[in-house]
Ligand binder design. Structure first.
Ligand SMILES: [Zn+2]
Length: 433
């Protein structure tokens, strides 16, 4: 982050939010966090000064009850949202205002009349869509764990928009196909909440050819959307490129908490520029992104490439970095043989007196992929081994040859099970100690 840009665009709003939480009568959560720094905390006058504020982590938040970190009158709270809880205790958050401009866009620009909301009901995006001004939009809600029924409702109600995740739309599409639903009736798809791989992106476009498709990036910790795609980004056809909403200040930081260089990948740390029920200040999201140097023609000055969740999309192993995006790229040559989706299992294996890392790639071959065994497995294994970029310009092969990794294995699965609303691409089974 350039100090001048910070002072010009963000300093006033940040001072406002920090002042708001420091002087709050309803909660002393941030005063406790910042006690080592007070009273100089209000003297933030530069990016370096702002960087003295300690980070906020998920654990710090979940260790405090939601009522003890409420910066709004309890009577004004409309709904509580919660993270999925798949990585520990759910983070419960309060919400007292709503703004979901996309809903209006859906209605006015794309003529949507009936939309299905197919998300985890405790998710911020779910409540954000329900509690919003929605002129002439009728919502119906589907259960993410009962997609066969959701598909039947879509057909019966004649839904023409779906708000969901890329994992769910993949599984839902199979159910819609089974009941011969005319997918050209879907005019609008809002896909969010997880990294969308290129395979899913292309799949969704091919399966819903009449739909205007937008991708949102959110975090329930922040009670809803963080990132959006402007029309210019949508026109590039790139998944995972976002602007952040103007109410959010974004830092991209390395493991030591220092800003990375422009274009390098780091953790997304967000600060809310609004005085919300619980404003996040320097919150470590556990998501990775890099900032794109080129300015977007829409006028938003900052554009980011989302790389996904720490440990599930970006995992450091033996000095190498496994990334969902690069794993997917490595399979380009064999992509026509495969259903969208993959998993890489990372395990430690004892070999004589040493421990070596073994990667197992799980994929689902297409029903009539045109290649039989063992040629299919071998083609996939070769692509993965020779094309997977793991550190700098090094390929997996170059780390297998000197013995840092064992030869990778390939497992062909029959189909993907649906567990939850999101896909985990990298599964780390190494002993933790
Ligand atoms: Zn833009």
């Amino acid at each position: 982050m350039d100090g001048k840009v910070f002072s010009k665009n963000y300093l006033t709003a940040i001072k406002g939010v920090v002042g708001f939480v420091i002087h709050s009568k309803s909660s002393d959560f941030y005063r406790k966090q910042y006690k080592v720094l007070s009273p100089s905390i209000l003297g933030i006058s530069s990016y370096d000064g702002f960087r003295n504020l300690p980070f906020l982590t998920k654990k710090t938040i979940t260790d405090t009850s939601v009522y003890k970190r409420l910066y709004a009158p309890e009577d004004d709270i409309i709904i509580f949202t919660a993270t999925s809880g798949t990585t520990g205790a759910p983070l419960v958050n309060a919400r007292y205002w709503f703004d979901h401009p996309r809903v209006n866009e859906m209605v006015k620009k794309y003529g949507v009349k009936k939309a299905m909301l197919l998300l985890n009901p405790s998710a911020g995006m779910f409540s954000g869509t329900i509690y919003t001004s929605r002129e002439k939009l009728t919502l119906c809600v589907g259960d993410v764990n009962m997609l066969q029924i959701a598909a039947q409702i879509i057909k019966e109600v004649e839904v023409n928009a779906i708000i969901t995740t890329s994992t769910i739309i993949y599984h839902l599409n199979k159910e819609l196909t089974k009941i011969n639903f005319d997918k050209s009736k879907i005019k609008y798809l809002s896909i969010g909440a997880e990294l969308t791989t290129r395979q899913y992106f292309d799949y969704i476009q091919a399966e819903f050819p009449s739909a205007y498709i937008t991708y949102a990036f959110g975090a329930t910790e922040n009670s809803g959307a963080l990132g959006y795609q402007c029309a210019k980004i949508i026109a590039t056809g790139e998944p995972n490129i976002y602007h952040f909403k103007k109410e959010i200040f974004v830092e991209i930081l390395d493991e030591e908490g220092r800003p990375v260089k422009m274009g390098e990948m780091g953790e997304i740390v967000i600060t809310s520029l609004e005085k919300k029920a619980f404003p996040l200040i320097r919150y470590r999201t556990g998501d990775y992104a890099s900032e794109i140097k080129e300015k977007c023609a829409c006028g938003n000055e900052r554009t980011f490439r989302l790389e996904g969740r720490a440990n599930h999309d970006v995992l450091r192993v033996n000095g190498a970095t496994l990334m969902t995006r690069l794993i997917e790229n490595s399979l380009d040559d064999v992509r026509n043989y495969l259903e969208p989706g993959f998993q890489v299992i990372v395990q430690d294996v004892r070999v004589k007196n040493t421990i070596k890392t073994q990667l197992t790639l799980r994929v689902v071959p297409r029903a009539e992929c045109g290649l039989s065994e063992p040629a299919l497995t071998e083609a996939i294994r070769k692509a993965f081994l020779e094309n997977l970029q793991v550190s700098g310009n090094k390929r997996l092969k170059e780390l297998v040859e000197p013995g840092y990794f064992l030869e990778p294995k390939v497992e062909l699965c029959k189909e993907w099970g649906q567990e939850g609303t999101k896909s985990i691409h990298i599964i780390d089974l190494r002993a933790k100690n």
